[in-house]
Unconditional design. Structure first.
Lengths: 434, 325
């Protein structure tokens, strides 16, 4: 099938028609017509390159009650994504070629987005022995990002070796920066709110000290480091310093850390329990500024679905994590575009272009130009919608934005030329043979 | 007010109403027949997920003196140890026919969660949650202080706050729900609060609390306080490096014989409170605990009266209306 996207606003910069033929952008121009193409009216809508998530938990294999590759992929498509990096903390852990190929195949069969498995840095995420990084890199899943996400690679020597070793495979270590001793039993950001609520605190320094160490290690061995879900003002400062020094570091921020603060914990509602924790308003503002000045490179959702019983309990008992795929672009618009910090072209850079580069996805995050793969997202920036977790494609009902009115709605997603989303609703999967 | 979760939520009028009703309850407790019919036919569940003999029996005595039926549920040997959720436990209690739930829980916020969710629709009394709050302890401390000062001045305590009173809270502030509940309530009632602790046992973020913070117990005592609340310090804290050893803790932050002697020598009328159970020889010496200044047993007696008042107001009265027994 061929599609003619009519009168879209490409990156908010240029109004044009876009003709998609055989999965590729065939033509960009005005007043295009193609008799064999289905017309998608896009007046007033922004056309972006398909979103690429650097940080997704699809839960399969092992926790199919929370999410499957299929449901997570559908959620991603609905959120405007055409590729996701599936984190390694499944059961079994994605620490062998077998597991990453399994996840990769499940993604291909699902057909909603490119599912790019992330390989574990250490066997079983245990932080003791390197996983078979080479075997995962050379597998059909072609893994380039490695992470023990959920757990910090805290041993400095092991982290050094991992950074060095992945260089052989053009890989990157995505670090979950959390000093384990400083966060034993930690429940929320350590500060005024934790003092009042009597919750074991999660100090900013536990994140910042690991990032400081890791950027120096990355410099020493001249390797690529990606910092997952940066959450504090101090982390932004350290990364800004590292980049000024020429260190090969990239950084990610989640949508929820761009909007929510630890004030939310006063409700004791575990929907706000997340790792890293929600921080202070000063941190939120520093993170936004970090995105605006390029210190923070990408948005990663850290989409972390949980079954309802994992949140329908007291705070200390609850699982950490929030869903995010279907709200990410709206939060980006709300916190970064409508605040005047970013243009839509910048949004494309932080949600698609650079995420694809970090993960070395050659056919994602490409320019919107003739001859490029048709991974595209149409968003209506004027739309307003009330977040209803029960109307989402993800199995997880743990959205911290439930009940909020958010701007911007994904109207269509094209995955290699196939519309996975049309009129704001899931359309159909792309055939595995396409 | 439908629940008693936090002293931070209490207005001055509400707090004073509870204290005033507790005065009536205490007076009733001195009669030959201590029992009142107020909650006859009602069932109060003591839902204790954490070991506590003192608080549990105090609530039990309070409910029974109001003629309520009491069900004691403790986590040990219950279905909780088999993995039952707080939600299911709470709904089971509702199905059994509970009219109010008194809950102690190791997780901060568990009572607030019970009150906020649609799991059950019953009055919830927080009997201590994690390191968050212990509102009835703060109320009984305030009651004890108010009553003591009224006796000293030979006036009625009814309707009064604690305006201008200087109170020092000393010890493991970081882990103490008693300290937090006392801070908010004492401030609401007009008292001035000083927190005294080693820096390791003060929470990061407490700098904005409406109190003075000091590391130096001697200077605080020498400056003169009306009351000093000694908090229990658990010896296990030493293992987590909060302080080098119990002796050093006691030397710097314990109310030991030397400090008691200096209070006596200076002729100060500083009262001593302790929520119990005491570690004699650690945060408080035996001489201090047994001195005329110590109100420790008075606190226990008053605890029953304050808990009677709380249960009564939540179950049959209205905190905003004039109470009548």
């Amino acid at each position: 099938m061929n599609y003619l996207i009519r009168d879209a606003n490409i990156l908010g910069e240029q109004r044009a028609d876009v003709l998609i033929r055989d999965g590729v952008i065939a033509q960009i121009g005005t007043e295009l017509s193609a008799e064999d193409a289905t017309v998608v009216e896009a007046a007033g809508q922004i056309l972006l390159p398909g979103l690429v998530d650097t940080h997704t938990h699809l839960r399969e294999p092992g926790r199919e009650d929370a999410e499957t590759v299929l449901t997570g992929s559908q959620a991603a498509a609905k959120g405007g994504y055409t590729a996701v990096h599936a984190m390694a903390n499944s059961t079994p852990v994605a620490d062998t070629a077998g597991v990453v190929e399994q996840v990769y195949e499940l993604g291909r069969k699902a057909g909603w987005v490119d599912v790019r498995p992330v390989g574990a840095v250490t066997v079983g995420l245990a932080g003791e022995q390197l996983s078979e990084i080479g075997a995962m890199a050379d597998s059909r899943a072609a893994v380039r990002m490695f992470s023990d996400d959920g757990i910090c690679v805290s041993d400095p020597l092991l982290m050094r070796r991992a950074l060095e070793y992945v260089k052989a495979f053009d890989g990157v270590i995505a670090q979950h920066a959390q000093e384990p001793r400083l966060t034993e039993g930690a429940q929320m950001n350590e500060g005024e709110t934790s003092a009042e609520l009597g919750m074991p605190g999660w100090p900013a320094v536990a994140e910042e000290s690991i990032i400081a160490r890791d950027v120096l290690l990355a410099e020493h061995v001249d390797a690529r480091l990606h910092v997952c879900h940066v959450s504090t003002a101090g982390s932004v400062e350290i990364i800004r310093w590292a980049k000024a020094r020429g260190i090969k570091v990239t950084a990610e921020v989640t949508p929820h850390h761009l909007l929510l603060t630890d004030e939310k914990v006063k409700t004791f509602d575990p929907v706000y329990k997340v790792n890293p924790p929600l921080r202070r308003n000063e941190d939120v503002l520093a993170l936004r500024a970090g995105v605006a000045d390029g210190t923070i490179d990408v948005i990663g959702t850290d989409h972390a679905p949980h079954p309802s019983e994992s949140k329908d309990c007291e705070w200390a008992q609850a699982a950490m994590g929030m869903t995010g795929l279907e709200t990410a672009l709206s939060i980006v618009q709300h916190t970064l575009v409508e605040t005047g910090l970013l243009s839509w072209a910048d949004v494309a850079r932080i949600t698609s272009t650079v995420p694809a580069q970090i993960g070395r996805l050659s056919d994602q995050g490409r320019p919107i130009a003739e001859g490029e793969p048709a991974n595209l997202t149409l968003v209506d920036p004027e739309a307003r919608w009330i977040v209803d977790p029960f109307a989402m494609a993800t199995k997880g009902r743990n959205s911290p934005f439930a009940g909020m009115e958010l701007p911007g709605a994904v109207r269509a997603t094209f995955f290699h030329g196939h519309p996975t989303v049309l009129d704001g609703e899931l359309a159909s999967a792309r055939s595995i043979d396409a | 007010m439908k629940h008693l979760i936090s002293t931070r939520d209490l207005s001055r009028a509400e707090a004073i109403q509870i204290l005033d009703v507790a005065e009536e309850m205490r007076e009733a407790g001195t009669r030959e027949v201590k029992k009142l019919p107020a909650l006859r036919g009602r069932t109060v569940v003591n839902l204790f997920f954490e070991d506590s003999t003192r608080t549990r029996i105090s609530f039990e005595a309070a409910a029974k003196r109001l003629s309520a039926d009491v069900i004691n549920f403790s986590a040990k040997g219950s279905s909780v140890s088999k993995g039952e959720s707080l939600k299911d436990t709470a709904q089971t209690l509702l199905a059994i026919g509970a009219d109010a739930v008194v809950i102690r829980h190791p997780a901060s916020g568990a009572p607030a969660r019970l009150a906020a969710t649609d799991w059950i629709d019953l009055p919830i009394v927080n009997a201590g949650d994690g390191m968050h709050e212990h509102p009835t302890q703060a109320l009984l401390d305030a009651f004890t202080l108010r009553r003591q000062l009224a006796l000293r001045e030979n006036v009625s305590p009814l309707g009064r706050g604690l305006d201008g009173l200087k109170v020092a809270i000393v010890g493991d502030i970081l882990h103490s729900r008693v300290a937090r509940s006392n801070l908010w309530l004492l401030r609401t009632l007009g008292a001035e609060v000083t927190m005294v602790a080693p820096p390791t046992l003060l929470p990061v973020g407490s700098g904005t609390w409406p109190c003075t913070i000091s590391y130096d117990l001697d200077s605080v005592l020498n400056a003169g306080v009306d009351a000093v609340m000694m908090l229990r310090v658990q010896g296990e804290r030493m293992k987590a490096a909060y302080f080098p050893n119990p002796r050093e803790y006691s030397r710097y932050w314990g109310l030991d014989d030397a400090r008691l002697g200096r209070l006596n020598a200076a002729g100060m009328d500083t009262l001593i409170l302790h929520p119990g159970p005491m570690n004699r020889g650690l945060e408080i010496s035996s001489a201090a605990a047994d001195s005329d200044r110590a109100l420790v047993l008075e606190q226990v007696t008053n605890g029953v009266a304050v808990r009677m008042a709380s249960l009564y107001l939540l179950l049959s009265g209205d905190l905003t209306k004039e109470s009548s027994l």
